[in-house]
Design a protein around this ligand. Structure first.
Ligand code: HEC
Length: 131
């Protein structure tokens, strides 16, 4: 019985630590997103700005935010945004999509990119945090 309780406690602790780490990454990603805020909105009620709103980005096809006037380069890139595509893009947007009108040099730091993805990918298409 003792062993069982200990096992259960261990599982609880591990789960709590894992979600705690996720929350920390998302918080770090949120502050990194300050670099994007001048041009992008995300979350409930997000509107297009200089750049398109980024809700529901995970699984979204490039160039499909409603009512946003994309460059042909972005529209025709054929990208479906996911973790790998996003990480490659954000390192050097102009290398990934030559001719994009996103005027952003990119982020080189891997940890920052990871945190940014954790933050961005948690929003569903309505800007709600996925459960
Ligand atoms: C100076 C303004 C500006 C900044 C800063 C900026 N972006 Fe952009 N972003 C744009 C524009 C403009 C586009 C549309 C590109 C096009 O149509 O060629 C875009 C497009 C995108 C796309 C493609 C969206 C789609 O629907 O295909 C993603 C993803 C993206 N930006 C993420 C980011 C992230 C994350 C940051 C911050 C690290 C960031 N951007 C910073 C202006 C900006």
């Amino acid at each position: 019985m003792k062993k069982l309780t200990f096992g259960a406690l261990m599982i609880l602790t591990v789960t709590a630590t894992a979600s705690g780490a996720m929350a920390q990454d998302a918080a770090a990603g949120k502050s990194s997103f300050n670099k994007c805020l001048a041009c992008h909105a995300i979350g409930e009620g997000a509107k297009n700005k200089v750049g398109p709103e980024l809700n529901g980005l995970d699984g979204r096809h490039s160039g499909t935010a409603p009512d946003y006037n994309y460059s042909d380069a972005n529209k025709n890139s054929g990208i479906t945004w996911n973790e790998a595509q996003f990480k490659e893009y954000i390192k050097d947007p102009k290398a990934k999509i030559p001719g994009t009108k996103m005027a952003f040099a990119g982020i080189k730091n891997e940890t920052e990119i990871n945190n940014l993805w954790t933050y961005v990918s948690q929003f569903d298409k309505d800007g709600k945090i996925k459960q």
